[in-house]
Write a protein that binds this ligand. Sequence first.
Ligand code: PGA
Length: 223
Amino acid sequence: MKPLLVANWKMNKTVVDAIEYVQAIGDGLEMLRNIEVVLCPSYVALPVLDGLFKDTRVKLGAQNVSAWKNGAKTGEVSAEMLKPHCQYIIIGHSERRLHCAESLTMVNDKVKRVVQASLTPIICVSNESEIEALMELDDKLADAVVAFEPLEAIGSGQPSDPKTVDAMVKLIKKRLGVSKVLYGGSVDQGNIRTYLKVSDGALIGGASLVAKDFLALCQSVNG
Ligand code: PGA
């Protein structure tokens, strides 16, 4: 299985910044055959990047999705709306659970919407109770990707101990029956190889924001 590297830009980059990033990368990411790369820009940049990466190996993801179907939900963006522009959707990132009061029920509802739309959820979990809450989804998780992201490791420059990551990846696979579990939290070019020994890929925030640095990180993993 090729390592899956997911760039989470969070609430960074205007559409113009996103275009400049893609221009700076050139065809660099498309050349990498030994890894899968997913870029997750803001909603507004998704259609533009979708056009720029058309017919390439680079995939796109959204950072969030509505828990509801289309209708009277002002400000929400549905899985159906995202489907033409991306293949993956990040769900339940701890920043959303914290700042946007995203509950376990909402996370599960979002997973259902994404699976119904035939998109792949990347579900973020940081502890055992969040893993347990996903267990009721059962068959919906067949092709889901799960990302283990301990809170203290996110954006802190203090990544988790690889032994802890190894244990959590195994636990997540056993409990949820998923085959792809990523690690996220202060992953950079210096430590990514360590985490790929105990996981199937990485969710990368800060180290994905500068085009040339992210390309160099991807190239170092591709070999
Ligand atoms: P970080 O963020 O790489 O900046 O720690 C990871 C994430 O929050 O997904």
